[in-house]
Design a protein around this ligand. Sequence first.
Ligand code: 5GP
Ligand code: ZN
Length: 141
Amino acid sequence: MTETECIFCKIVSGEIPSAKIYEDEDVVAFLDINPTTKGHTLVVPKKHVATFLEADDEVVEKLIKASKKVGKALVKAMNADGLNVGINNGKAAGQIIFHLHLHLIPRYADDGLKCWPQGKYEEGEIEKIKDKILKAMQGEK
Ligand code: 5GP
Ligand code: ZN
C-alpha cells in the first residue's frame, strides 16, 4: 500500500476525520472505530511505516513514550482496571492496516475477554527454541 492510499496517513493529515485524543510533533492517537472495549485507542507515528519491525528506533521510542502518556489518561478517564498494549505485526498476526499502530485497550475485571490461549512445549523443546533465537539475535543491534 502506498502512503497516498493509506487510511492512517489520511487520518494523520486530517483528510479522514477521527476522534483524536492526542497529538505531538511525531505521533497522533485516536479512538478505534470498532473498539474491543470502549476507549480502545490507536497510537500512530505520523511518518508512514508499515510495521513495527521496519520502524526506526527513534520512531519506536516516540510511539512508546506517547502511548504511556495516553494510556495513563485512558485508564483514568475510563475508570479501567487494566490496559492491554499491543501491536499486530504482519497479516498472520492480525495486522489489517499496514501503517504501524499501537493498540491501547482498557480492561475491566469482569470484561470476560481472553487475549491469547496458552500452549505447551514438548520435553527439551524450550531449550532448542531458546538456542535458535539466541543464534538469530547475534548480529541484531
Ligand atoms: P490492526 O488489525 O491492523 O492491528 O488494527 C487496525 C484497527 O484499525 C482495527 O482495530 C480497526 O477497527 C481500526 N480502524 C480501521 N479503519 C479505521 C478508521 O477509518 N478509523 C478508525 N478510527 N479506526 C479504524
Ligand atoms: Zn500511512
